[in-house]
Design a protein around this ligand. Sequence first.
Ligand code: ARG
Ligand code: ZN
Length: 881
Amino acid sequence: MRTDTGQIVHLADYRPTDFILERVDLTFELDPTATRLEARLIFHRRDGADPKAPLVLDGDELTLAELRLDQNELPAAQFDVTPDSLVIRDLPEAAPFEVTVITIINPEANGQLMGLYRTNGVYCTQCEAEGFRRITYFPDRPDVLAPYTVTIIADKATNPVLLSNGNFLGGGNYDEGRHFAAWFDPFPKPSYLFALVAGDLGIVEDTFTTMSGREVALKIYVEHGKEPRAAYAMDALKRSMRWDEERFGREYDLDIFMIVAVSDFNMGAMENKGLNVFNDKYVLADPETATDQDYANIEAIIAHEYFHNWTGNRITCRDWFQLCLKEGLTVYRDHEFSADQRSRAVKRIAEVRHLKSEQFPEDAGPLAHPVRPTTYREINNFYTTTVYEKGSEVTRMIATILGRDRFKQGMDLYFERHDGDAATVEDFVACFAEVSGRDLTQFSRWYHQAGTPMVTASAEYDAASRSFVLTLEQNVPPTPGQSVKEPMHIPLSFALILDNGSIGEPSSITGGEVTDDVLHLTERHQTFTFSGIGARPVLSLNRGFSAPINLDFRQTPADLAHIARHDSDLFARWQALTDLALPNLLQAARDARDGKEITCDPAFLAALLEVAGDGNLEPAFRAQALALPSEADIARELGGNNDPDAIHAGRQAILAHLAREGAATFEALFASMRTEGAFTPDAASAGRRALRNSALSYLSYLDGGVARAADAFASADNMTDMTQALTVLAHRFPGEAATANALGAFLKRFDDNPLVLDKWFSIQATIPGVATLARVRALMEDPHFVATNPNRVRALIGTFAFANPTGFNRKDGEGYRFLARQILAIDPRNPQLAARILTSMRSWRSLEPTRAEHARTALGEISAAASLSTDVRDIVERMIQ
Ligand code: ARG
Ligand code: ZN
């Protein structure tokens, strides 16, 4: 393990390199423990650079075997080398020169899964962000772009497949049972987009004809025997390619596009030029083994990585502070794609749920940082939900403020102006400012100021003047390193809903800029007056979640119910139902804590059950409405001194109320939402399954719940229904024989399928209550638990810490102690994985004092460890600061 070096990187220190890299030529001789790489790098000194400046190359745990300058061995006096860097002096002032670096690397020993490593006998690379420096000494930064030629030599029998970026040049037999393949990528790229894959893999092939009529070969590589499970990914790829042409005018540029699925991967997937490498969880699917959520994830992530070809690869980032330039934008693009492929409103609801449950807590806790940070200690820790999801929301707001057409013009200008560049956030924003003539300076605070803005709203109708007055106030809370905040430009989509449910058209609106249905809140305090309103309307505000804010708008239950019934924006209807639910859930948590009886507002129950039974609404939407705010959502709304047990008990009581009140509705839904015929993963069928399983879960609160869930499990003919039934059994009836039987049957049936086993682990890791920690410990001893596989570790330990509020946050602190031990055990092998799982404790300060003290102690135990990776050190110190 590379232990902490502690250097902090500052955006303000950015300088271009002294040397321009012209070309890269790599020759790999693959060997499981001693791969030899000859890297030939052609440089010249940048115009105006210091003529004496040395060439400084990055390394990470490297061993230099040989070093040549223009093919001559370099005298020792001319360079300094350590595992972390190579510095060469006395280089030509102007003429190009060639540096040849030979390194020997051990892929088998690479447990970090950064650089070149082995997974199930397959050679594979992960270079973003700084993995290439674990392969060879290199100017490993995203603003150094060059065309790459790559030759791979390997044993032919064990590595029939040899892949790298770009187009295939040729290959053939080599010596001693070896063969070779050569690839050339003509598009200059930074090292983080380099990839190499070699091994014995199955292949699924197809073609795509681009909008200009070029035929592109599409290939997905998977483990032998898993080819049929790549069909959906291939379909999603072709749809993504077409969509990017139609929506953004972006055409694919190489002759071939490849995807490789591997089973050991730290993240979701990686957009290496022409050769995407995927966590196999986001490629493999069939009805027997994948849930509807799995299908939706595959579609989204295949699209995301493909879209990076333009937003990330053709236009990359100048430095890692600009990460949101490619990630936030590409998430926005994949969200739009999924919205076009599925139900836009339901997709938006799912996005906002995810944003609120993941990004809002990050923004409200010790790890809060701006979408475009200005310092980092370990860049791997900045692949965050803030950079990705809030980054996407910021892009969405640009589209909202400019309108669809102007936004498209801005994107066109960005693609045209910056193709081939390593760009900045400022470059991006400038394109939108230019096409719209708008000053986006204030708007840019969304990139620079961390924290979720709080907007407080109050409204009043004056019958005499037929006017409706809306008073708004905004506050951005202090975050680490940023105590004072400036007002933001917040676009708030709105509608005035009249008594009869129609949308009112004011004769004028004063008090600030209004475009279409968007109010532009730009001041700290701002009052909008809507004139010509004949009767008191109900204001629906922040429709579609046009801005990622917390909104404090005390609307009456009657007004919320009115929005829930009538808004033409389906998202706003869901939001209103959520706002109706929340006070009930918050009160229930308080009552549970105080040992009081838990009650529930009948008007809320009625509104929700009305939606549940409304056949005019799509089932997926009704399922979203029935999925009440989560325990984490309730904790966030409570804001501090939280007792997860009370939150859980309160929420359970409300669910039980709802189940009793809606028994007939749930019975009817469970019967009528069955999907007939062969399984299809389309959104409409998935919605029916979601609604039916939601009904099943409510019915579990009534008599006969166990038997019904056990029946549903036994009769399930697809993975969605099977895991939902198993979840109901395990979470509601953990001690029942029926549950043990179902878990046993599931394991027996799927014990040769790692992705399904992950589900088996996760379902058990999320069983509420104190007893689950012992179960998690026991599961770690199960022969199916593989401590080196990131998916498995996340499925059990990660899921327990992130998604089991009562099990993890035990009052005796055992959950935190357990996690601390696990982090220290994982860290030496895979720091990225350890650091990521540790972020599950990011909201520890909002716990009640006993738990918070235990959490602090556990964090202290981690930070006191003798050796820690930079990754874990960075997270733990920011968390306890
Ligand atoms: N660029 C990849 C993606 O969007 C993420 C890779 C992050 N990898 C890492 N080691 N930090 O989707
Ligand atoms: Zn990405």
